[in-house]
Design a protein around this ligand. Structure first.
Ligand code: SF4
Length: 447
């Protein structure tokens, strides 16, 4: 009987994709995945170091796994990924709340997982957090989770070194997979029945393999038979070249949706964050995107209360969000992360003020998102069906081309189907869909 592996993943899609890599590597060595902790021989936690809150949550989870290990001492508990790289041997110190961790492996060490798990059994805990600027896992077949969407990592690491960010320190320097390998993976995903491909990279549009830039990669993926939709995340504004924008506009399978992190609309903050663009340059990209792809949905990331952010800086961000009208935004209070450059500068905005600024932008964005979504009422949307809606009310949900969640009466639709629906209602986060008429529903009546 093969060993059973239980894995939990925290953080971004890159971590999801890395868990699929780890699963692929271990499946090759006879492991099978289980979703039941009780029957597992190995528990792996693939972790996120970007926010302190995530690390605290994971430490709590490791405490729970240590109680399981005290009842079942043969079980191996491993921490993978960014938090392993960030905290390293602190994770093997019981006083840090991680009693029972047998191994800690950084994002470039997954290839050695089978060997390290074997060594961890019965020996002292140890760690492997060497960064390897050549590791791309190009030859590894990820074990992709079933669904309609496949993650394809096209690059690893980051060279940008934004002053608030821990990623370049825990994921290492930027390197790209060969284009031929990426396209092989896209073809395999299509053959396995995935309808949507999401290219991943910390600054995905920095991709380059010889003469092939990210725009070329999108064009080549667009030609792969069987692929219905292509998206990518996260792009860096400074790398949003005409080549990428033109490819988005020209390729029918590249969806009209982009999450383009802004962080702040104050040039002083952007410079201090070392984002390598000004607000005018960012705005020019937004203008080009909206001109070339008129129905594009734009999302962004915003940080409030960064070191030195004045009321005026904050108001510049607020004003820009009001004017630009993003479809959605992830908004955060700045929190210092040990190991980053800005951590050395300290905090200049009180928690109370950060909270107040955050509430202000959330309120603004919720209103804008609701208004934009309401403007979809009465329009037709093409939905890729994903499965049952989270509400558990028997409805289905899927994503529109703009990556908006659409909830609708299923009437026999299956995950993976692509259907046209009419929007009959909307909230800030969801569109409510209905069938145009009974003849267009796959079976019987709609509502
Ligand atoms: S681009 Fe900046 S924020 Fe994004 S991963 Fe790299 S350093 Fe972090």
């Amino acid at each position: 009987m093969g060993k059973k592996l239980y894995i939990e993943t925290y953080g971004c899609q890159m971590n999801e994709a890395d868990s699929e890599l780890a699963l692929g590597i271990l499946q090759d060595k006879g492991y099978t995945r289980t979703y039941e902790i009780a029957e597992s021989d190995v528990i792996l936690v693939n972790t996120c170091a970007v926010r302190e809150h995530a690390e605290e949550r994971i430490l709590g989870r490791l405490g729970y796994f240590s109680t399981i290990k005290s009842r079942k001492p043969d079980i191996v508990v491993g921490v993978l990924g960014c938090m392993g790289q960030h905290l390293q041997d602190q994770l093997l110190t019981p006083s840090n709340g991680a009693d029972g961790v047998d191994l800690v492996i950084g994002p470039d060490g997954y290839r050695r997982l089978p060997e390290l798990i074997d060594r961890a059994r019965g020996s002292d805990p140890f760690l492997d957090v060497r960064l390897d600027r050549h590791e791309l896992y190009s030859d590894v077949d990820p074990l992709r989770t079933e669904g309609v969407r496949a993650w394809v990592s096209v690059m690893r690491g980051c060279d940008k070194f934004c002053t608030f960010c821990i990623v370049p320190f825990v994921r290492g320097r930027e390197r790209c997979l060969p284009a031929a390998t990426v396209l092989e993976q896209v073809t395999r995903c299509a053959d396995e029945g995935f309808q949507e491909i999401v290219f991943l990279g910390q600054t995905v549009n920095s991709y380059r393999d010889g003469d092939t830039d990210f725009g070329d990669l999108l064009r080549r993926a667009n030609d792969v038979p069987g692929v219905e939709r292509i998206r990518f995340t996260s792009p860096h504004p400074a790398k949003m070249t005409d080549s990428v924008i033109d490819a988005m506009a020209d390729c029918g399978k590249v969806m009209p949706q982009l999450h383009l992190p802004l962080q702040s609309a104050s040039d002083a903050m952007l410079e201090r964050m070392q984002r390598s663009y000004t607000i005018d340059e960012y705005d020019e990209i937004v203008g080009k995107l909206r001109q070339r792809i008129p129905d594009i949905a734009l999302g962004t990331d915003i940080i409030v209360g960064f070191h030195g952010e004045t009321e005026e800086d904050f108001l510049a961000t607020h004003e820009y969000m009001k004017r630009t009208r993003f479809d959605s935004a992830f908004m955060f209070k700045y929190s210092m992360r040990e190991g980053t450059r800005s951590c050395k500068w300290g905090d200049t905005v009180s928690e109370e003020e950060k909270g107040s600024r955050l509430r202000t932008v959330i309120e603004l964005q919720e209103g804008i998102s609701a208004e934009i979504n309401r403007s979809w009422v009465g329009r037709e949307v093409e939905v890729l069906v994903e499965g049952e809606s989270k509400n558990g009310d028997g409805q289905l949900s899927g994503k529109s081309r703009q990556f908006k969640t659409v909830v609708f009466p299923g009437n026999g639709c299956m995950p993976g189907d692509i259907r046209s629906l009419r929007v009959r209602g909307a909230t800030a986060h969801t569109l409510i869909g209905e069938w145009f008429d009974t003849s267009r529903a796959p079976t019987a009546t709609s509502e």
